[in-house]
Design a binder for this molecule. Sequence first.
Ligand SMILES: *Cc1c(COP(=O)(O)O)cnc(C)c1O
Length: 413
Amino acid sequence: MNTSTLDFEKACFVSHLECSETGSRIEADKLHGLSTSGAPLLVKYDLISAQNSFNKKELSHRPSNIWRYRELLPYKSTKDIISLGEMMTPLIEMPLTANKLGGESLLIKDEGRMPTASFKARGIALAVTMAKSFGIKKIAIPTAGNAGAALSAYAARAGIEAYVFTPEDTPEVTLKEIAFHGAKTFRVKGLIDSCGKVVNGGIDEMGWFDMSTLKEPYRIEGKKTMGFEIAEQLNWSLPDVIFYPTGGGTGIIAMWKAFKELKEIGWIQGPLPRMVAVQTTGCAPIVHAFENGSDSVLKPWNPVKTNVHGVRVPKPLGDRLILRTIRESEGFAIAVEDFEVEDSRIATAKETGSHLCPEGSACLVAYQKSLRKKMIRKTDQAVLFNCANGLKSPMPVQTLELDVSENIDYSKL
Ligand SMILES: *Cc1c(COP(=O)(O)O)cnc(C)c1O
């Protein structure tokens, strides 16, 4: 074994967990849910030791997958890794789209290429890796769909039993995908909060570990890799602004944590990106709280009326962390309309070849609106998230019939 493999194997720098509200310390060597005050826990690292143990040059020799940021991730041993082949996803330049919308520099981070075709794989890969290493045998999750698909697949890989609860109108293809990987899959009458109650109610009797968004600390750590990748792919500079479709908020919180860690170890300098939470007018609790100057979502959004499934969270558990991230980064929150999302999705597919999922398309609409309202500058470099493969969502197009029993009039095609 050469020394760099040995270092990689040993390079876990987690020091403790911290309550995101009170700052109280909790030991990291056990599997935890929420803090004693009911807030999400954040993983803390000995960043000075991490800084001394790796550098950008060494990183450049590592495989291009999410595990390469080893020193800033929580897993103890490379033997614990539960992987389905997560890769670094491309940042795709969209010069024509930027131009059309009045901007100059637009990049799409295309997460549809991840295992189970969404960025949920990043968080769930780390969370299942940690759960498995702590000896967990059964996991349950409430989900709008993609987190369930990822959990079902990673649990299969890890030999863990999975129970998945989804709102009844979750897209059929996603429900099938979840069940296909072997999780016990239930459609629940109601929204994601009803699913959450089912999971919570069964913890004692079923012996489940609760993998709900932000109820365990490691999904955030997996989603930090989006931030690390953007920084590395832009040669350790950062974009001016990031548009992120915000449901539970894991990603926006996680990228901000990643940027602050990179800054602390001296790998990036200068201002961090403005973080923009994108929601739809049919479910915009974060936008509402942001505009009212509130530091939390005071009551769950009701009624929820949007087909953009990824943002259908009436009151995220991480509301305070999301709002803190937006304000600390001098970003903002913005709501778009469902019809704009669909129109822009269709236009983008035709005009650029990029197939955005509805949530990705929502970011594009938000980018356009922000330019128009001068909330961002046209020269700003913007990164948008395409969170999932567009094929997971219905495609509203018509195909034509052709009768080949008659002579074909080619001029009419
Ligand atoms: C989960 C999900 C989101 C929301 O992500 P959070 O990090 O939970 O805010 C957005 N879009 C899609 C497609 C998702 O699956």
